[in-house]
Design a protein around this ligand. Structure first.
Ligand code: NAP
Ligand code: MN
Length: 268
């Protein structure tokens, strides 16, 4: 009797290939089927970046799959298992006693001049909008009400688990992933007597949404996690907490703040 279908996604590191090979053998011995196309469980081997790629490969069927991350480098935010713990990982998977864990995602819509319908994306870390050559001028709306007129390099909108990634580099707050909310952070805003933005990151609840209307539409880069979308004629973008969530298999409980300390502070 087969236990379930597992896909394994790894990065190009030698140690990740080795872990993939070993894990494949262990999973088969435990009656799992390796199915790279239609899995129930997706195991990523590498770093957080590898996990992001694995996530996007299956982001159209999030209600039917569970993810698990093995790290071959430093401890990650989406990767719980080390590559020397693969036996334990497989036996944990077989009698999964871990409480179900899922994290919020960001629903991103991008509307350009030519399409009648906006394009929809899901972000696990964040979405950013940046202007490459000139100042980005945009009206920021919260729940369809104008909040501020932004001038600067761009804006970052992140999930709680993405708050430790790009968001943190641009001065955003680190948000515990049990908080079902998303965050807007400014990237180099222009502030003087004429141009005013709030100047600090804001955290937006799951019952609210954010819309960014661009004054001019050329020269914009939109990023969704690892991916960049080049769009010449963007009119607006909107952001809210998605209905979908990312679900984990055999999630190793680790105190979120411990993970943050481990990643950014180390021993004191
Ligand atoms: P990358 O340039 O290899 O990643 C940048 C670093 O961010 C890597 O060390 C990566 O960890 C780490 N990272 C990814 N997600 C994280 C998270 N949720 N919390 C804490 N650290 C995280 O690119 P990548 O591996 O494809 O990752 C894409 C992400 O990188 C983007 O979503 C963005 O958040 C972030 N990024 C940050 C900056 C910046 O801080 N200035 C610039 C570009 C992109 P691993 O080594 O484990 O992969
Ligand atoms: Mn990476």
């Amino acid at each position: 009797m087969t236990k379930g279908k597992v896909a394994i996604m790894s990065n190009q590191q030698e140690s990740s290939f080795a872990a993939k090979e070993k894990l494949t053998t262990l999973l088969k011995a435990a009656d799992y089927t390796i199915d790279q196309n239609d899995p129930e469980i997706i195991i990523s081997i590498g770093g957080d970046g590898t996990f992001l790629s694995a996530f996007h490969m299956f982001d159209h069927k999030l209600n039917h799959v569970r993810f698990l991350g093995v790290h071959t480098g430093h401890l990650g935010f989406y990767t719980d298992w080390r590559d020397f713990e693969l036996e334990e990982l497989v036996s944990n998977l077989s009698n999964d006693e871990h409480p179900p864990v899922s994290y919020p995602l960001l629903d991103v819509q991008v509307k350009d001049r030519y399409q009648t319908q906006p394009q929809r994306f899901l972000a696990l870390n964040e979405a950013t909008i940046k202007r490459a050559t000139r100042t980005m001028v945009a009206d920021v709306y919260i729940k369809d009400e104008i909040f501020e007129r932004f001038r600067g390099d761009g804006l970052s909108v992140s999930t709680p688990t993405g708050s430790t990634a790009y968001n943190k580099s641009v001065g955003g707050a680190v948000l515990h992933p049990r908080i079902n909310a998303f965050q807007l952070a400014e990237i180099a805003s222009l502030n003087n007597r004429v141009f005013r933005t709030l100047g600090s990151p804001i955290i937006i609840s799951d019952s609210e949404w954010l819309t960014v209307h661009l004054e001019e539409s050329s020269d914009y880069l939109v990023t969704i996690d690892r991916f960049t979308i080049q769009h010449d004629e963007i009119e607006w973008l909107s952001f809210k907490i998605a209905d979908e969530r990312v679900h984990f298999a055999s999630y190793r409980h680790m105190h979120f703040w411990h993970r943050v300390k481990d990643a950014f502070i180390g021993e004191i």
